[in-house]
Every structure is written in C-alpha cells, then in structure tokens.
Design a protein around this ligand. Structure first.
Ligand code: NDP
Ligand code: MG
Length: 383
C-alpha cells in the first residue's frame, strides 16, 4: 500500500490521479491533498477519499471547508505553508505534484528532503530550478518519476538501457489547437478557439501552452533535466494523432517508441506503480489497424516562436528559463482574461527575455526574486 499526497486534486491531472487511486484501492491510499478554490469539487473528493490532511489556496475556501466538515477528523490548512505541509504529511510515500505554476517548486523540494518519491506533473518545477531539484534528488537518493506523457514515454523506452547509448530524445507534439493555421491566421484567434485542443482534455493554462507550443518548449527543458540530456540531443517532432507519445534513438540507430491512446491515466498510473504495471480500468485500447495512418512533420521554429525561446533559454540556463516561465504564466493568464491577444503572449515573453540580465547559477532565493520581478514587469507591459 502506497500513501499518496496529491497537490492540485481538483485539476485535470488531479481528478485522473484520483481515478487511478480509486481503481486500485488495495495499492493506493490518498492521505493528504491540496487544491485551490474549487470547494464544490474539493468537498466531493474529501467525502469519497477521506484524506487526513487538506490544504487550500486561501482563507475563504478554508472557512467553507471548516464549516462543512465539523465532525470529521481532518486537519485543514491554507496558503503556501499548507501546500508544503500537505506534500510532506506524515507517512506519505509518493507526492503527486499536479498544481499548475511555479507554486509547485517549494513543495517538491521539501518532499525530496523528506525522502518522498516525486511523481511530477508540475513542469514549472524543473523548468525554473532544474539544477537545484535534480541535485537535491541525487543527494537524497529520491526518484523523480515523470507524469507528463512525453517524459513517461521516454522513461518507459529507457528501461533496461544504458544512458551512454542514447543518441537523442524525440519529443512528439500534437501542435495544439492552431496547428493547421499559418502565423497570419493567428491574428485575432479567440480564447475559446485556443481552449479547444484536438486530442487532449487538460487544464486551461496547459491548453493555451499547447496552442503556442510553449508547452513543448517547457517539456524540452524538463527532458533536459530529467534525462540529463544536452539540448542538441533533444528534438521535437510534430505528430498530430498523439499516438506515439515520444521516442528514443540509440547509438545503433534503433528507435524505441511508446504508443497508446491519449489517456493521461496511463503515465499517472505508471509513475505510481513503477517499476511494475497494473491493469488500466475502463481504458480504451489502441487499435492501430483502426487508425490506419500516423503523420509526422518537422517543427518549424519560425512558426512556433515559443519553442525557439524555450530552446534558447534552456541553452543559456541560469535564470533565463525562470523568466521564460514567469513571463509565460503572466501572459497566458492575461490572454485567458481577454486582456491581450494570442500573438501578444509571444511578444511579452520575447521582451522579458531580451531585458533580462542572466544569473548563471542562481540560488533558490534568486530564482524566486527573478520570478517575482518578471511577473511585475509583464504586468506593467500589459497595463
Ligand atoms: P488544472 O488547471 O486543471 O489544475 C490545477 C490544480 O492546481 C487545481 O486543482 C487547482 O485548484 C490547483 N491550484 C492552482 N493554484 C493553486 C495554489 N496556489 N495552491 C493550491 N492549489 C492550486 O491543471 P492541469 O491538471 O492541467 O495541470 C497541472 C500541472 O500538470 C501543470 O503544471 C501542467 O503543465 C501539468 N501537466 C498537465 C497535463 C494534463 O493533461 N492536464 C499533462 C502534463 C502535464 P482549483 O482548481 O481548485 O483552484
Ligand atoms: Mg505533455
């Protein structure tokens, strides 16, 4: 039995993680969780899973929960401190980090210090502080197991392989909601159109990131840290069906791929059961004869500028990826609120990167400071 702490329980990954936990009650137990402000969903989850510790984003949500659960013995908390406490709650074996945004960083670090295995969905963690997170994990001998489908695919392809024989990683990309549009056609696209992802149903922020291809950019940086791979050996391949979740090429030119229907419960469950596997409940099996054809295309940097910014920031390293991420988070939030246009997202990121004076090997405090300053800078540009 593995005791699980789940951050971001009410989100897209959170709900699918709960589905995996519920379908294997003899294997997993939810002992601790956190969410933001969606108390209706939160209350439903608490009633079904009976966690011992619950933390939420703010006092108002906390008050609602306290009023709802007067008899149960649940420890309620809120704010960043609560989020950290939820991650390292007594007896937790695995932390599933599925909050969105850079708030996910500190809970990951604290969990590693407490020797808790990390199942990582929150990509902002490795993007902003990859060198700190991976070093700490090595020091404490803690595994960071990928939840993102592409990284799970690569991780699965690498089982039993020698790291030295890897030639390159090939990360596949669906291309998001606007993959068939030219740059000129991106003028004036709406939030609603951007949120309509062809293959995956995900949270709002990552769906916009898929449309700008920033999601793939963040994934390239994440792959660099997870698999200790130079950027020159990480390629992005457009593959609109999202059936091949990623590939690894080896020295002997063999390529191994991982395939499946687009269902995030597969990588979530693999991270929870690793190195074993369990049946996937109510999952759709992949029938290649039904699909017939798979398509591949080169990812064009001039069409997908965010992908280029991500490679450039990743290669420079230091605080550049933090600027990339923070500027993106602010720009996407503004786009979702209707304050800026779709193409403005790229412009804000580009300006933020150009203005930034890089710090080569930043401390955690420096990363947090740059994160804060970048957000402020982008907000000033927007207003
Ligand atoms: P969602 O927006 O669906 O969910 C985010 C979750 O985080 C919600 O439970 C939300 O709570 C919670 N949350 C937000 N802010 C806070 C906060 N300050 N404190 C505590 N909880 C907070 O996102 P996704 O599930 O789509 O994505 C989560 C992460 O996983 C992201 O980093 C994303 O990039 C990554 N990821 C997602 C994939 C997917 O298929 N969705 C695939 C691969 C990676 P509430 O809603 O209650 O406010
Ligand atoms: Mg992904």
């Amino acid at each position: 039995m593995k005791n699980i702490s789940l951050l971001g329980a009410t989100g897209s990954i959170g709900i699918q993680t709960l589905d995996v936990i519920a379908s294997h009650p003899n294997e997993f137990k939810l002992v601790s969780m956190s969410f933001g402000t969606n108390y209706q969903k939160g209350i439903e989850i608490i009633n079904k899973f009976h966690p011992k510790f619950v933390s939420v984003k703010d006092k108002a949500t906390y008050d609602i929960l306290k009023d709802t659960f007067t008899k149960e013995e649940i420890s309620f908390h809120y704010g960043e401190e609560g989020l950290i406490e939820a991650a390292i709650y007594d007896g937790v074996d695995v932390l599933v980090n599925a909050v969105v945004g850079s708030v996910g960083l500190i809970p990951t670090l604290r969990a590693i210090e407490n020797n808790i295995t990390i199942a990582l969905a929150n990509k902002e963690t490795l993007v902003t502080a990859g060198h700190i997170v991976t070093e700490l994990a090595k020091k404490h001998n803690v595994s960071i197991l990928p939840v993102d489908s592409e990284h799970s695919a690569i991780f699965q392809c690498l089982q039993g392989e020698n790291e030295k024989s890897i030639e390159r990683l090939i990360v596949t990309a669906s291309g998001g909601s606007f993959r068939d549009k030219t740059r000129a056609e991106l003028e004036g696209v709406t939030v609603e159109q951007a949120l309509n992802h062809p293959n995956w149903s995900m949270g709002a922020k990552i769906t916009i990131d898929s449309a700008t291809m920033m999601n793939k950019g963040l994934e390239v940086i994440e792959a660099h840290w997870l698999f200790n791979m130079p950027y020159e050996k990480i390629d992005v391949l457009l593959h609109k069906e999202s059936i091949i979740h990623s590939l690894v090429e080896f020295q002997d030119h063999s390529i191994i791929a991982q395939l499946g229907t687009p269902d995030m419960r597969v990588p979530i469950q693999y991270a929870l059961t690793y190195p074993n596997r369990l049946p996937l409940m109510h999952g759709k099996r992949l029938d290649l004869s039904e699909i017939g054809q798979l398509h591949f295309e080169k990812a064009d940097f001039s069409r997908f500028r965010c992908l280029q910014y991500a490679y450039e920031s990743g290669k420079i390293g230091g605080t550049m990826p933090t600027v990339l991420n923070a500027a993106n988070e602010e720009a996407v939030a503004a786009f979702l609120k209707g304050k800026i246009s779709f193409l403005h997202i790229e412009n804000l990121i580009e300006t933020s990167l150009e203005k930034h004076e890089n710090i080569a090997l930043p401390s955690l405090e420096q990363i947090q400071e740059v994160d804060k300053l970048t957000r402020r800078f982008v907000q000033t540009l927007i207003s």
